[in-house]
Design a protein around this ligand. Sequence first.
Ligand SMILES: Cc1cc2nc3c(=O)[nH]c(=O)nc-3n(C[C@H](O)[C@H](O)[C@H](O)COP(=O)(O)O)c2cc1C
Length: 360
Amino acid sequence: MSDTTNARKTEAIDALLRDPATDRGRRAFDAFRLRHRALPELDLAAIDPSTRFLGRRLAFPLIIASMTGGDHERLRRVNRNLAQAAEQAGVAMGVGSQRVLFTDPASRDSFALRPLAPSVPLLANLGAVQLNCGFGIEECRAAVSVLEADGLYLHLNPLQEAVQPEGNTNFAGLAARIGAVAGALDRPVLVKEVGAGLGLADARLLMARGVRHFDVAGSGGTSWSRVEHHRQPDRGGHDLGLTFQDWGTPTPEALRELAALGPEATLIASGGIRNGLDMAKAMAMGASLCSLARPFLEPAMESPEAVLAVLARLRREFVTALFLLGLPHAADLVGRTDLLAPAPAWLPEVGDEENRAMRL
Ligand SMILES: Cc1cc2nc3c(=O)[nH]c(=O)nc-3n(C[C@H](O)[C@H](O)[C@H](O)COP(=O)(O)O)c2cc1C
């Protein structure tokens, strides 16, 4: 995100691993079910979940979300494990904020991932607020170049910056600066939040300035506000990070809003997506692709095989959902709000594990 040092990046990972409640587990997708077909009229084996993204083929519509990079063995390992797994499974991958490239050139290695992932889309990443702090098109080009990226994610994280004592909080005039980058860069600029959600007003400002890809990164999953709370001195549990830990637009609501942008916009769903069934629901709500961060963090620290195991699970869940909906291709699902229904009211409140399993 806006971290300048490797220490801050590893500190954030430590906080995420130490405190499971940094993943808010709001399960917003459990409020919906998809309409079952008892007669799908399809052979499960013939279902093709592949799709195209930024001119390349994906085995199924998934992006490993932007997470990390920096001059630290742990950060290099995470990115290499993710890149190898992404290539093998045929999915896209984002890297974490590359701001560190400009303060610590030794971090370059952690972003030089193209040799490990020659055929899948790779996405560079910078904080949009940096465009108000001296960064411009040259830094954006450098971030794309080191990764040989297919696109550049500019992330919006006003909540995270606001709850940090040292955050960059000047977000004035950013839409125009993002538009200037989108107009000058020879790759698409994709705009994402980091867990508080992009809404229609935000997306319209950006559409008017040439942005066409929006990753909603809604609330319900990883809470950066809560992560930042761990970096503050203890104030008896009453700090800004905790107060705002659940702030934001839940991912399904953000998707519903952005569906109004129409077919010119490509929507990416992220924020609290935890299985292939959530993916299917998000796509019925209008997303062309889905993205997850937190579920890949621990496996990425371990090995490419551990990441591949998560990817295989997600793919199987997603293909099973397509089968039970009677849809032969992933693209058939995008925007099919008619396939969504409210989850049965007789199921008890979402929250405890047993009921969650029942609902799924
Ligand atoms: C360890 C970690 C590091 C992250 N770093 C970045 C980052 O540098 N840039 C960014 O745009 N998003 C970053 N994110 C946010 C994710 O890309 C994603 O938008 C958010 O975590 C919501 O997805 P989730 O609920 O599946 O985790 C990070 C998330 C995690 C878990």
